[in-house]
Design a protein around this ligand. Structure first.
Ligand code: HEC
Length: 120
């Protein structure tokens, strides 16, 4: 092989190796959290908890006895991590039960509490 070919092959191998090694880090935690918040596996959190996680009104209905009740998705921006995690895992009421990993929950938590304006 001519020398310039050897150099070229070596160079391309370095580019490939670099891509393989660094590829996983292209998404930051916040960006990953944003994606999950907007589109987790299942119904998007944003539909109920609102763009900024401050909660929103979902629906109003009348019980059989005529009482008007409201379904409201609570503000999830000021929870401690354990509380936040339990809320997602337990899925009370109309809140769907999600099967997210710790890493995914952590990324959403970071996005909701720290990162929103950086990644919009
Ligand atoms: C269909 C609407 C809906 C969707 C979608 C939804 N939630 Fe909820 N969420 C609720 C409601 C309603 C509650 C309140 C449940 C209760 O206490 O009765 C709740 C509760 C919570 C809580 C507990 C809040 C507290 O103060 O205890 C957390 C945390 C939470 N949701 C996070 C999320 C995240 C993160 C997602 C997306 C992965 C999500 N939710 C998707 C409606 C929803």
């Amino acid at each position: 092989m001519k020398l310039h070919k050897v150099v070229f092959v070596f160079f391309m191998s370095c580019v490939l190796a670099f891509n393989l090694v660094s590829g996983q880090d292209f998404l930051t935690d916040k960006e990953y959290g944003r994606q999950l918040y907007l589109d987790p596996r299942g119904v998007a959190c944003i539909k109920c908890h609102g763009v900024d996680g401050k909660g929103s009104f979902i629906a109003k209905y009348k019980t059989r006895s005529g009482k008007v009740k409201e379904i409201i998705a609570p503000d999830i921006t000021n929870l401690d991590y354990e509380h936040f995690k339990e809320g997602i895992i337990n899925g009370k009421g109309v809140m769907p039960r999600y099967y997210l990993t710790d890493e995914e929950i952590n990324a959403i938590y970071t996005y909701i509490n720290e990162g929103q304006e950086d990644v919009r």
